[in-house]
Write a protein that binds this ligand. Structure first.
Ligand SMILES: C[S@@+](CC[C@H](N)C(=O)[O-])C[C@H]1O[C@@H](n2cnc3c(N)ncnc32)[C@H](O)[C@@H]1O
Length: 411
């Protein structure tokens, strides 16, 4: 087994700007780099998701001992805290040597975080856990650095866990050039999280395992093209948990947990969805790679649905509809129905039911909101919306929606 050197040992060989234990050389610089949540894509992972992912990734029992594990966007340590807890519990089953435990925590558990403040909190949180087990003054290997520039861990990790930053390409600013150097970021409107897949793969050793929680968009987006190509070439995706409509974060995005395993070319993946009541994964099926690859994308569903989807996607029949834009009303009962009037409405195909219906649509052909006087001309549609005013949730963000009662015609 490869023993990965500690930060202290690495520092002897070559100087690095790192954050070890309670020293914070990069903190001030990186606080400036921190700027805003949007630019760093900071979303914290709740404990039940961390536990779910560590279990899904097999980070349990005594197999974890003396294995290198990293969260390379560790924030304040949501994953690392649980990793340390599990490590200490397993170690102490067979040994009471706290000095050895301290050495192993320093040697095998790693983190990287760009934001100095987060990094500092991470170390504090790790100290708290270690102290619960009677271990003090651990020189944690938590780097305060930009992961895109760190290659010291490449090829040495048994496990990579994390919730990488979600930062759209147009918010990347000065990191943009660094990001574009990665081959997974060469196509489409990239997001930083896609680069973290590539970084994670580079960090894994030949039998390593990676488990990430990310937006599920990479399954079919153009930006995910190279990532998907890599997966089909290496056949290393071993399982997914599709969180579907469940939102573990405040961020509005569909979320997926994906698990990758090096060492053998797999022929199928384990497909789970997520049970919101038990907050646990729910096994659906083993899906062969040939089933989930439809066209250029990856699709997840029961086999019978995938077969149907494949027929639709690869058939040469003329398209019944072509979707240019999808939209959400956030109040379908108000906006959508089989109205007796046509003026002020458009025909729509409701994705959730596959049924044609009509939708009140106070916009012009280019999607710009109509001035109130203009929309008032569609008398019945206008008075329908007026009568439904109280059915719109108070929390609704009316800046983005047509609200005929407001003094301003269009908000
Ligand atoms: C989605 S958060 C996850 C934090 C933590 N791992 C958790 O699960 O709660 C992503 C983290 O990545 C950090 N980050 C953003 N860009 C980074 C980069 N280039 N290198 C290292 N960390 C980065 C952010 O500051 C943030 O703490």
């Amino acid at each position: 087994m490869i023993r990965f050197p500690t930060t202290a040992e690495l520092d002897k060989v070559r100087p690095r700007s790192v954050f070890v234990g309670d020293k914070l050389p990069n903190a001030l610089k990186n606080l400036r780099m921190a700027k805003s949540e949007k630019k760093l894509g900071r979303v914290y992972t709740p404990k039940f998701i961390v536990d779910l992912m560590l279990d899904f990734g097999g980070y349990r029992y005594d197999t974890i001992l003396r294995k290198n594990v990293i969260d390379n966007s560790c924030g304040d340590g949501a994953f690392l805290v649980e990793i340390v807890r599990r490590y200490c519990n397993e170690f102490l089953i067979t040994s009471d040597d706290l000095i050895q435990l301290k050495t192993e925590l320093q040697t095998f558990i790693h983190g990287i975080e760009i934001d100095g403040k987060e990094c500092f909190h991470c170390v504090q949180n790790l100290n708290k856990i270690a102290e619960e087990f009677g271990v003090y003054n651990v020189a944690w290997d938590v780097l305060n650095a930009d992961t895109l520039t760190v290659d010291a861990y490449n090829g040495n990790m048994d496990y990579v866990f994390g919730n990488p930053p979600y930062v759209r390409v147009h918010n990347l600013e000065e990191s943009y050039e660094g990001v574009k150097k990665y081959s997974f970021a060469k196509e489409g409107m990239t997001d930083l999280f896609i680069v973290f897949f590539e970084i994670g793969f580079r960090m894994l050793n030949s039998t390593g395992l990676m488990c990430l929680i990310t937006p599920s968009s990479w399954l079919s987006s153009i930006a995910g093209n190279n990532l998907r190509e890599y997966i089909f070439l290496n056949r290393n995706l071993s399982g997914v948990i599709d969180l579907g409509h469940f939102q573990p974060f405040d961020a509005m995005t569909y979320t997926l947990i994906s698990r990758f395993k090096n060492g053998q070319r797999l022929d199928r993946i384990e497909y789970y969805n997520f049970d919101e009541k038990t907050l646990d994964k729910n096994f659906q099926e083993n899906l062969p790679f040939d089933f989930i690859k439809i066209g250029n994308g990856i699709f997840l569903s029961k086999r019978e649905n995938l077969e149907l989807l494949r027929k639709i996607k690869v058939s040469n029949l003329p398209s019944y509809v072509s979707v240019k834009n999808g939209f959400a009303t956030l109040a379908d009962k108000v906006f959508i129905g089989d109205f007796e009037f046509l003026e002020g409405t458009i025909p729509i195909l409701k994705a959730s039911t596959g049924m044609w219906s009509r939708c009140i649509y106070p916009y012009d052909k280019n999607g710009n909101p109509l001035p109130r006087e203009e929309f008032e001309k569609s008398k019945e549609a206008f008075s329908h919306l007026l009568s439904m005013k109280n059915r719109l949730p108070k929390s609704r963000d009316n800046r983005n929606y047509y609200c005929p009662l407001n003094n301003k015609s269009v908000l």
